[in-house]
Design a protein around this ligand. Sequence first.
Ligand code: ADP
Ligand code: ASP
Ligand code: MG
Length: 401
Amino acid sequence: MLVVQKYGGTSVGDLDRIENVANRVAKARDEGKDLVVVVSAMSGETNKLISYAEHFTKNPAKKEMDMLLSSGERVTAALLSIALQSKGYDAVAMTGRQAGIVTDDLHTYARIESINPAAMQNAIDQGKIVIVAGFQGVNKDGSVTTLGRGGSDLSAVALAGALKADQCEIYSDVDGIYTTDPRIEPNAKKLDIISYDEMLEMSSLGAKVLQNRSVELAKKLGVRLYAKSSFTDNEGTLITEESNIMEAVLVSGVVLDKNQARVTLRGVSDRPGIAAEIFTALADANINVDMIIQNVGTDGSTNLGFTVPQSELENAKRLMESFDHDIGGMDYDEHVCKVSVVGVGMKSHSGVAATAFKALAANNINIQMISTSEIKVSMIIDEKYGELAIRTLHEAYELDK
Ligand code: ADP
Ligand code: ASP
Ligand code: MG
């Protein structure tokens, strides 16, 4: 049986924890499993490296950032391999390049184009435990690239797919996927099983327990994915294909995303093409627009609102100023957050959104924007009510029961 395990930053946060991971890997090996182990940088390390670069400039070259950031994962891969060797296990550490991960050129947010698993397979065939530095690959020119924040999850899933592993286990400080972030709602319940689509919505909407791109790839490749804890032996959560049992459950989880900023454009010329121009400009600047709201125009003008990640607000504002002949005025708010309700059961049940609106109204929480899809309802509200809203919605859908 071939298993790909991935240990996140908290799980390898210091030397004792790396030792703990080494013991867990050794135990799996003793059980007869073939193992490829992907590791993150020690917790806080990637942020620390970013702050080092920002000491010199707010806008460091992305190619150099990849060189810098990829170092964190190499440290933990080497240390875990050394720890295992010291216990008498045959282990070998590999960078992303050595593991055969080839990406495109989009530095700091590269996409995996191909994986040549030959070197890994060779080492496995020789009975070695393969330790891979997560979050990184190499482009065609030979430059190191990174896969976006949280990208070690993606490394693990991609390697599991390329090696046709029996399963992929993502280890963190929580023992699975909960109905909401257990740090916000202590009554959150662990889910035994969740569909790829629900997990993808939860990750994309802000639950950082799994990186969204990794869930998308797991679905595409049919990777059997588990979320587990590196600190306990609890069961964990299986992320898999949707089944009929799941649809019986109305709502699987609620998600909070604090990294949101709202932009409202007032008196926008109500003419064909204006939305295309505005959103093309934002897209060309790689600004990730999330919710968009436009009202029916009156007197030749209309209002247009949208949200962007907080880090993109300054760029978005600057871009919008160049539209001054088409825009009457602009206001923005950094102090908003997005709360979302996710569940495949919404496809076949009505009234899910109304329950959310009623619950927030009962707590006097004003909803600024709403967007829905087949399996989610998202609402933009004042940031200071974010956690209250999550607890309120969790109770309204009886997720603690
Ligand atoms: P790692 O550093 O190992 O990659 P992360 O910090 O990225 O781990 O993810 C684990 C964290 O995700 C947990 O500590 C938890 O607070 C948070 N989290 C957010 N939403 C959920 C959820 N629905 N279920 C479980 N954990 C969640
Ligand atoms: N160390 C990287 C980050 O913090 C990648 C990861 O941990 O998955 O984003
Ligand atoms: Mg993570």
